[in-house]
Ligand binder design. Sequence first.
Ligand code: PLP
Length: 472
Amino acid sequence: MRDLRTAARSAADLAAEHLTGVAGGPVRRPVSEADRAWLTRQPLPRDGRPLADLLDEVRDRMLPYPMGNGHPRFFGWVNSPPSPAGVLVAPLAAAMNPSCAGGDHAGVLLERTAVRWLAELVGFPHRPGAGLLTSGASMATVTALATARQRAFRDQGHDVRETGLYGHRPMALYASAEAHSCLRKAAELLGLGTRYLRTVPVDPSCRMDTGGLRRLIEADRRAGIRPFLVAASAGTVNTGAVDPLDDIAGIAREHGLWFHIDGAYGALGVLADDAAPAYAGMERADSLALDPHKWLGVPVDAGCVLFREPAGPRDAFSLVPPYLRDEDAGELGWFSEYGPEQTRPFRALRVWATIAHLGRAGIVRLVRHTTGLARTLAGMIEDADDFELLAPVVTSITAFRHRPPGLGAEGAEALNEALPAAVQRRGHAFLTGTRISGAAALRACVLHPETTPEDLPVLLDEIRAAAREITS
Ligand SMILES: *Cc1c(COP(=O)(O)O)cnc(C)c1O
C-alpha cells in the first residue's frame, strides 16, 4: 500500500495538471502514429510492473489525446467537462469498490439521496424507491420502456415476463422525428419492433406536433393496434427543443398511454428562468430519463431514471418473490430489483459530490450561464450575413448553417457537411453536425462552465476559416 500512496499522490497531481492545462492547449490533437500503435497493439505483458511506471504511460501516451470535451471551446455532441468534485471522489469509489446491487452499506444508502436530489432539482415528484442510477440514458430508457411494457400487458391480464411477446396483439409507441436513437434501440431490444415505433412529425420549432400524435394514435386504434407509450423529449440533441409536455401528458392520460420523457441532456434546463415555462408538464411523466453525466458534469458514467411509482420497475425486474421481500433487504429491496444491472458501481458518490459541491444555486448558475451563451451565439448568427439560425434556442444548443453570400443551396449543403471535420482538424474549436429538416446543419452545444462570450466569435471565425480551406 505504500506503493499506492506514493503513486496516488502523483496521479492526483497529473489529474490536476491535466485539468488546469486543458484550456491552454488545442481542443483535440491527432494521435501520433507511434502512440496509436502503442495504444492499440500492445502485447499482453508476461510480468507486471510497479504502479508508478503505469502513470508514466498514462501521462505520455493517453493524457495528450482526450476526446476534447474538457476544453471550453468543445461544442460537440452533448459531452461535458468533468466536475472537479466528481474527479476528486472517483478514486475513492474505486477504493471502496462496493457493488450497489443492494445490501446495507454507504453505496446503496447514498444512492437514495442522489436520486432524490436529482428529482428535486428538476421538480419531479419523488417517492422512495422510484428511481435509480444507470450507466446512461440509454439504459435508463430500456428500464423505463420495460416497465411500461410490463404495465401495459398487466392491464390486459398478461405477464409478459412469462409469456414474452408471443401471441400478443402488437402495441405501438410514439416518438418524434427528433427523438434520440436510444428509444429505437430500447424498442428493438424489448421486442416491440421498430415497425410499431411511430414517428410523430415535428413543427417548425422541431417540437412534437401533437395533432400528428393524435392522428397516429387514432389510426392505430382503428387498425386494432394497441397504443401504449409516448416518449417526449425535454431537450433534443439536434436543437435542444422541448416538446409540448403538458399537451402530451394530456393526450397520454386520455388514451391510457405511459408517458415517458427523455430529459437525458435537457431536463436541467428547467432551472433557467426563461426556459422553465417550456418544461411545464415534465412533472406529469410516468418515467423521466436524465443524465447526470451530461449537463451536470458528473464524470462518465452516470445516468438516471425516475419513476412516478416505485412499484412499476420492481414489478418489471424483481426476481425476488413478494413473499421473500421486506426481510433483511429493507422495505425497498435491492436496486437490482428495479433494473437490468446486477453488480452496479458506486455512481452515487460522483453524483452526490458534484451536487454537494455546486449546490442548487451553483447548478442554476451553470445552467443560466450555458443557456445564456447559446442565446448569445444565436444572436451573433442572426446578425451575421454568412450564417443562418435553424431553430429557436431553448436550452444550450444552437443549430445553424454557414451560408457565405453567393453560395447556392447545393454548395451550402456540401459545405456544411464538410465543415465539422474541417473545424475539428484545425484544433481551435470542436463542433459537430447533424441534419435538420433533411439538410446538413451545424450545432453548438454549450456545457462547459468556463466557456466565455469571447469563445463564441472564435467559433464562428474557425468555421469561416475552415470553409475557406474547403472551398479553396
Ligand atoms: C445522450 C443522450 C441520450 C443517450 O444517453 P446515454 O447516456 O449516452 O446512454 C439520449 N437522449 C438524449 C437527448 C441524449 O442527449
